[in-house]
Design a protein around this ligand. Structure first.
Ligand code: URA
Length: 431
């Protein structure tokens, strides 16, 4: 078949064979299929969609376009993916819980982009910690500690990097088949047998409505299951930021407080929920899946796994036992309520943008970030406010981005005169 015939098949709403997808995608990666033809095909996919089987084959072809991690020498391998949100530091708490429950988390994680944070940036708040390991050291640490996190290899699903760049400039990003194959190609290539997906819904998330989030979760679930991986998905609220700390070192501090048995209630709830789903996907009984993660957290076993993990990757593990050692920006500005009533809304996107303005995130890949800045929120929707009640504290360095962050936070809230019902954090579970 020629490339124009492949494009025509999708333009007319047809279904591709594996051979067609390989010809197109692998040709694109090899540089023999030009981007204008792939751009035309992407638009046809955006308009006509793909079947579940076809999306799975596309994902497998993308996953096989580069390096594929071989984790077969490790037992009970588990991975988790969040579609991205504000204050989402769950990986820092969840992964040591899973390791303490006997699973192996040998995972590649990303950096933050725009208003959403990334696990690798957060972990770099520990002096000396490195996201780079040779394959032999990666596997050894996975066997010895059950927890190893590294940055994403450039050669992991290279087809995705190329397709994503083209989607970005051809108005074809918001296609369920293309988003699902993009995310899952990296998960399949990362090699874990169990994959748990945290699909965020709301103002601070990629998916703004429950309906879109459900469709994305179902598409990713089908890909995982058709590819023979134990896959589960949870839809969770991202109208409001998760936990109370936003910004790299502040989020690490909150994650450590949670591992020490304190921390925000919503963060603990979500980590335990994702751990439960992971254990269920791994074949644990529901009694074990309910009990073991709580025990791992409350006994200090998860905290100890995290300490060993930070030290194994060159980090100063005294910060794990003494979170107060983390460097937090010295500039403080408190945002207070200007009317009394009940907090009705605290917009996650605005909080994420405020952290970005302070220098805590990056708009372009590769930019340097300030780990010490961020925002702490003091109340969540439904809280009673009086005039002057502190709503948030901005942590800034020498006023950088302070005016923008203040303006964003002043407009991030709305106050109601009557009590507001609290939205649940866990919206749906799909298996
Ligand atoms: N995240 C990804 O990795 N890919 C997408 O297409 C969207 C979000």
């Amino acid at each position: 078949m020629t490339i124009p015939e492949i494009i025509e098949r999708k333009r007319e709403g047809g279904t591709h064979s594996r051979a067609e997808l390989e010809q197109l995608i692998l040709g694109f990666v090899a540089g023999t299929v030009p981007d204008y033809q792939v751009a035309a095909w992407l638009m046809a996919v955006y308009l006509k969609g793909m079947t579940a089987e076809e999306t799975t084959v596309l994902t497998q072809v993308m996953a096989a376009s580069g390096e594929q991690m071989d984790l077969s020498s490790l037992s009970r391998t588990a991975d988790k993916h969040s579609t991205g949100g504000v204050g989402d530091k769950t990986s820092l708490v969840l992964t040591p819980i899973l390791a303490a429950c006997g699973l192996t988390v040998a995972k590649m994680s990303g950096r933050g982009l725009a208003h959403t944070g990334g696990t690798i940036d957060k972990l770099e708040s520990f002096p000396g910690w490195s996201p780079e390991l040779e394959e032999s050291a990666f596997l050894r640490q996975a066997k010895e500690i059950g927890l190893v996190l590294v940055g994403q290899s450039k050669n992991l699903a290279p087809a995705d990097g190329l397709l994503y760049a083209l989607r970005d400039v051809t108005a074809t990003v918001p296609s369920i088949a293309l988003i699902a194959s993009s995310i899952m190609s990296k998960k399949l290539a990362s090699g874990a047998q169990t994959i748990v997906l945290d699909v965020k819904v709301g103002a601070g998330a990629f998916m703004k409505t429950l309906e879109d989030a459900r469709a994305l979760a179902k598409a990713m679930l089908e890909i995982g299951q058709l590819a023979g991986r134990n896959t589960r998905a949870v839809l969770t609220d991202m109208e409001t930021p998760l936990g109370s700390m936003m910004g790299n070192a502040l989020e690490v501090k909150e994650a450590l407080e949670t591992l020490h048995g304190a921390g925000a209630a919503d963060l603990r709830e979500l980590c335990l929920e994702l751990a439960r789903e992971t254990l269920l996907a791994e074949g644990f009984s529901s009694e074990e899946a309910n009990k073991l993660p709580c025990q791992a957290l409350d006994s200090g076993a998860a905290l100890e796994k995290f300490r060993l993990f930070v030290a194994a990757q060159g980090g100063d593990s005294s910060f794990v036992t003494h979170p107060e050692k983390l460097v937090i920006a010295s500039g403080r500005e408190v945002i207070r309520a200007t009317t009394s009533g009940y907090l009705a809304k605290l917009d996650a996107l605005a909080v994420g943008k405020a952290v970005l303005a302070l220098g805590g995130g990056r708009e372009q890949k590769g930019e340097a970030i300030d780990h010490s800045v961020g925002v702490e929120i003091h109340c969540k929707p439904s809280a009673r406010l009086e005039v002057g009640t502190p709503i948030a504290t901005i942590y800034h360095n020498a006023g950088r981005g302070l005016a923008t962050a203040t303006q964003l936070l002043q407009h991030a809230t709305s106050v109601s005169s009557s009590a507001v019902p609290v939205a649940p954090l866990i919206l749906e579970r799909l298996a």
